[in-house]
Design a protein around this ligand. Structure first.
Ligand SMILES: [Ca+2]
Ligand SMILES: [Ca+2]
Length: 444
């Protein structure tokens, strides 16, 4: 048996248009299956028979009325088959070109679309042409009229990707790209994704789809659209591998007009930053006595080691190891006093901090860079010095707190934390220890 076989549809993915066409095709084809006849391989006679295009007039505008026509034909010997339309200027528009076809009946729907565009209104001559292995060519022709076609393709106006290079590693510098455009009309299907400019041949699905930032305008509706792209890292995913990508925006309207636009985006130093306090250990002592009883006005020293065990640099900033805090100060008051803006809280910066029980003010008031300058790599970025603890490196942190006030609770618990500012406290409540400030008025 050689059942009538719908050809593969032109769209590369199951669009609304395709789904409608398939339903239409099945409805038309199934009742005829009972009438299928055997077609034997004929060595002679016409190659193409029974060629028809019905209806002979369509209005490809997705209004549900006469949007598509059915092209049916019989191939009687294995052939290379082309189907094309010739417009009033004599130009050919190929629907199929040199497709290898076995001997049998064929049946395919056509909605007026060639190369992702609805053809302009007009009268066209259709041709089904076949060439067999002996080089003999045969063809059938007829006319089809297109009226009221939707020939207005969707447009991505002002399509922009900024910046052109991102480093999605949550360090607060170039972590995200904004992708924006104005979509000119309602569409049926829309995708925005990253595609490597040099895809790995072993990777069958190299696309990285982008989710639009939620707004009132639905992704398929006309209007301004916005993607805030961080490589997926804020949701815990690893970003795509470092390299060059196309940002592809691809839309298809209901009539089948399809528009694809691209810009380039480079990803470098991408990855989830990973660092911790080595062994979770923090040494806190009164340097005079070696314990944690501090006379009022006395010093408590601490040391800790931070390790970057991830694959991307982590960014840090002062106050630098060795800094002395008075107990009523915090990193903000030091930043004001020293006129050093980089010491204020900064998105994406990593710092080691100390916090204590019943602390009435700023969380983790005593903050420090995650290493000494000699542990770090520093460079000037956009006119400012930025320092990084590179993957595999350790940073030494130490400092002094002068307890010249008595906390509301005494003795009190004190602990460290590794702060990834505006992202998370990576290791809160590290090495909780009891500290006591001796109040001379209470005789202890
Ligand atoms: Ca129509
Ligand atoms: Ca970055």
């Amino acid at each position: 048996m050689n059942p009538i076989t719908p050809e593969a549809l032109p769209a590369s993915r199951p669009t609304h248009l395709a789904r409608r066409l398939v339903r239409f095709a099945l409805g038309a084809v199934l009742p005829t299956l009972a009438l299928v006849v055997f077609i034997s391989g004929c060595a002679t006679g016409p190659l193409v028979t029974n060629a028809r295009v019905e209806p002979a007039s369509i209005s490809p505008n997705a209004d549900g009325n006469n949007d598509a026509t059915r092209i049916s034909y019989t191939i009687r010997r294995p052939s290379d088959v082309s189907i094309y339309l010739v417009d009033a200027n004599g130009q050919r528009h190929y629907f199929r070109q040199d497709r290898r076809r076995a001997a049998r009946d064929y049946n395919v729907l056509w909605a007026g679309v060639i190369d992702d565009r609805v053809l302009p209104n007009g009268v066209y001559t259709w041709t089904v042409e076949a060439t067999d292995d002996a080089g003999r060519t045969d063809k059938a022709t007829g006319q089809i009229t297109l009226t009221d076609g939707d020939t207005n393709p969707p447009q991505f106006e002002n399509f922009a990707v900024k910046p052109a290079v991102i480093t999605p590693n949550q360090d607060g510098i170039d972590d995200r790209a904004s992708i924006t455009y104005y979509l000119s009309k309602k569409v049926d299907e829309l995708q925005v994704y990253l595609l490597p400019t040099h895809p790995d041949p072993d990777n069958p699905n190299p696309k990285y789809p982008l989710a639009e930032t939620e707004r009132e305008v639905k992704p398929t509706e006309p209007g301004f659209h916005f993607y805030d792209y961080d490589g997926g890292i804020d949701l815990g995913a690893d970003p795509p591998p470092d390299g060059d990508y196309y940002v592809v925006a691809d839309a298809q309207d209901l009539a089948g007009n399809r528009t694809v636009v691209t810009k380039t985006l480079t990803i470098s130093n991408g990855g989830k930053p990973r660092a911790d306090i080595v062994k979770g250990e923090i040494t806190m002592i009164n340097p005079e006595t070696g314990d944690r009883n501090i006379p009022l006005g006395g010093a408590m020293m601490f040391t800790a080691t931070i390790e970057n065990y991830g694959n991307v640099p982590i960014r840090t900033a002062g106050p630098w190891p060795g800094t002395v805090y008075h107990s009523n100060e915090n990193f903000n008051t030091l930043a004001y006093r020293e006129s050093e803006k980089s010491w204020f809280e900064q998105s994406g910066t990593w710092r080691f901090g100390l916090n204590f029980q019943a602390n009435p003010g700023q969380d983790f008031p005593f903050r420090y860079a995650v290493g000494r300058k000699e542990d770090l790599r520093c460079e000037t970025i956009d006119g400012r010095e930025q320092c990084f603890l590179d993957p595999g490196k350790r940073g030494l942190v130490y400092g002094t707190i002068i307890w010249d006030t008595i906390p509301g609770r005494n003795p009190f618990q004190m602990w460290g934390g590794l702060l990834h500012e505006d992202v998370e406290v990576v290791n809160n409540f590290a090495d909780v220890q009891e500290v006591k400030v001796a109040d001379p008025n209470q005789g202890n």
